[in-house]
Design a protein around this ligand. Structure first.
Ligand SMILES: *[C@@H]1O[C@H](CO)[C@@H](O)[C@H](O)[C@H]1NC(C)=O
Ligand SMILES: *[C@@H]1O[C@H](CO)[C@@H](O)[C@H](O)[C@H]1NC(C)=O
Ligand SMILES: *[C@@H]1O[C@H](CO)[C@@H](O)[C@H](O)[C@H]1NC(C)=O
Ligand SMILES: *[C@@H]1O[C@H](CO)[C@@H](O)[C@H](O)[C@H]1NC(C)=O
Length: 531
């Protein structure tokens, strides 16, 4: 369907059941909650003292807080693909769920065709264009966008006018060529100026139930749909898997009235506090249904806060990554990939524990396989590790000796946790090309435009989490660490089976014939359940 912003396509709410395994009575329920673009420093138990997140903090007290929890990418699609598959995004040909693959109506990429039994949510992404403030993603990427389009138009029309003046072309020719040249430009302008009309739609299973999405009450509805599903499953005595992908805290930021203006950090803060409320409602339902002791709950974010994200009046609309460097889209810097991670599983993970060792979003896959007694697929390379011994104190060393920090299909940095000692190191090959004197880019930092460091920089992220002071080559063990990382990268690369690139023109282009719309030609409807 709409591939225009493929890099941030996300899922809202999905349900997966039928995990193969033995004794259903003992299988735990699984609740996976993922926030969108939530920063490392936005949550109380991760050090934020000015936003109120009592429910997420309580979840951490019920289980484990992972302070060095890493995504596999600093943008959402490859990060979410890795979460669902337990493998680096580079191994998967498709990073997103969505709609069709080969032809309109095949629904091959739809969640219901990927193992989920029910779906409620959107198949693309939330966007600042979905608000009513005239804000446009394209204007953040290219502030002079309209001027560029007009210039492009004039580049053809002015020479034509000169040719007419010099009697090289007749008036009808000049007019017709000018008009023909206007068509593609008007189409491009219209498409990029109408993201809300083209992308803001909510689905229940295969059907659009709302267009455009009414964002202020979306969090309430996600909660209600999730609670109803948990209630039904509990009543039937069936273990369930709930994938609750919050639209918070991605722009466009809208909350219900009761959260508007209530936080100390504008509408971004309001969104965090509403997100926390939603998490609380889910936990409350588990309690009410008396299934909290048999439910594994995981909360995390798909990538770091988006530092460059501003509203039309310059208000901060992106998250806060604390002391970490950079943020979303910045490739391998920690602000883009180190996110809040909390996991609770009564009876298996001790209450109120903290691990500072490196863990990955991919590890959730392993946890689900173990918890449900499912058999992992035999023919695929998994990058997911068993972190349970770390969380319940059987070991104090992360199972990840190396973690590869990708930007698109390139490794920008590698983390290394030697098997002895207590330190974690990070070797950086490429850095974002920041605007002079800042730690930010023009809205997003591209992967291929990143700066290749002449000499890779090694950081001790245990004592220097902000990646401020690279270690000198005289540091004890320096060359051994570099050598070990070099070997690990070579080994990792040799395990990658090439797949189709995500970024071919064929994959990225908008297909007007696949465009969905409800009540054609009105392209407008509201979910009757919430009318
Ligand atoms: C808490 O989060 C807000 C919103 O991201 C941020 O502006 C603020 O600086 C954070 N406060 C602290 C004390 O970390
Ligand atoms: C869940 O476990 C806690 C602590 O072990 C216990 O106090 C509580 O009663 C249990 N709840 C249910 C519904 O079994
Ligand atoms: C949880 O642990 C923290 C620090 O380790 C401690 O300050 C706090 O009192 C503990 N909370 C509970 C409810 O045990
Ligand atoms: C693994 O095997 C299954 C079942 O035979 C197949 O459906 C799947 O495509 C295979 N996956 C890969 C990555 O080869």
């Amino acid at each position: 369907m709409i591939h225009v912003r493929q890099a941030i396509i996300l899922l809202m709410t999905l349900w997966l059941r039928h995990i193969r395994c033995a004794d259903s009575a003992h299988r735990p329920n699984i609740v996976l909650m993922i926030a969108d673009d939530l920063g490392y420093g936005d949550i109380g138990c991760f050090g934020n003292t000015t936003l109120r997140t009592p429910n997420i903090d309580k979840l951490a007290q019920e289980g484990a807080k992972m302070t060095q929890h890493l995504t596999t990418a600093s943008v959402c699609t490859p990060s979410r693909a890795a979460l669902l598959t337990g493998r680096y995004g580079i191994r998967s040909g498709k990073w997103h769920l969505g709609l069709h693959e080969e032809r309109y109506g095949d629904f091959k990429m739809h969640p219901l065709n990927q193992g989920f039994d029910r779906f409620y949510g959107f198949l693309g992404t939330n966007m600042k264009d979905f608000g009513n403030e005239g804000d446009r993603v394209i204007l953040d990427l290219r502030p002079t966008w309209y001027g560029q389009l007009i210039t492009l138009w004039l580049c053809v029309v002015i020479p034509l006018a000169c040719m007419y003046k010099a009697n090289f072309a007749s008036l009808p020719v000049v007019v017709i060529v000018s008009l023909v040249w206007s068509i593609p430009l008007v189409m491009v302008y219209w498409t990029l100026d109408n993201f809300k009309f083209l992308n803001s739609m909510l689905y229940r299973d295969h059907k659009i139930v709302e267009q455009p999405i009414h964002l202020p009450d979306l969090t309430h509805r996600l909660v209600q749909e999730s609670v109803e599903f948990m209630e039904e499953s509990a009543k039937e005595g069936k273990p369930f898997f709930l994938y609750l992908a919050w639209s918070h805290t991605h722009t466009f930021l809208a909350t219900a009235k009761e959260f508007e203006g209530k936080s100390r950090h504008g509408r971004y803060g309001d969104a965090v506090e509403e997100l926390d409320w939603g998490v609380g409602k889910i936990l409350e339902a588990l309690d009410r249904l008396s299934i909290e002791n048999n439910t594994l709950v995981y909360f995390t974010s798909d990538n770091g806060g988006h530092l460059e994200e501003k509203g039309v009046n310059g208000e901060v609309d992106g998250g806060y990554n604390g002391i970490l460097l950079g943020g979303k889209t910045h490739g391998g810097v920690d602000g883009g990939i180190r996110v809040p991670g909390i996991i609770s599983w009564p009876g298996h993970i001790p209450k109120n524990t903290t691990t500072d060792e490196p863990t990955s979003l991919m590890d959730f896959y392993n946890m689900v396989v173990m918890a449900t007694g499912a058999a992992p697929p035999e023919n695929v390379t998994l990058d997911s590790e068993d972190i349970l011994p770390l969380l319940n104190g059987i070991t104090s060393v992360s199972p990840h000796e190396f973690l590869f920090h990708y930007c698109g299909d390139e490794i920008h940095a590698v983390r290394c946790r030697p098997r002895t000692g207590f330190k974690t190191y990070k070797l950086v090959f490429k850095m974002p090309e920041y605007l002079p004197g800042t730690n930010q880019c023009q809205f997003v930092c591209g992967c291929h435009s990143a700066r290749v460091l002449e000499k890779p920089l090694l950081f001790d992220v245990t004592s220097d989490p902000g990646e401020k002071s690279p270690l000198p080559s005289s540091y004890p063990g320096y060359s051994d660490i570099l050598e070990a990382i070099k070997e690990a990268v070579a080994k990792h690369k040799s395990s990658i089976v090439p797949v189709e690139s995500q970024f071919t023109a064929r994959n990225l282009i908008w297909r007007p014939l696949w465009q969905d719309c409800c009540n054609y030609p009105k392209c407008s409807c509201s979910d009757p359940k919430y009318a």
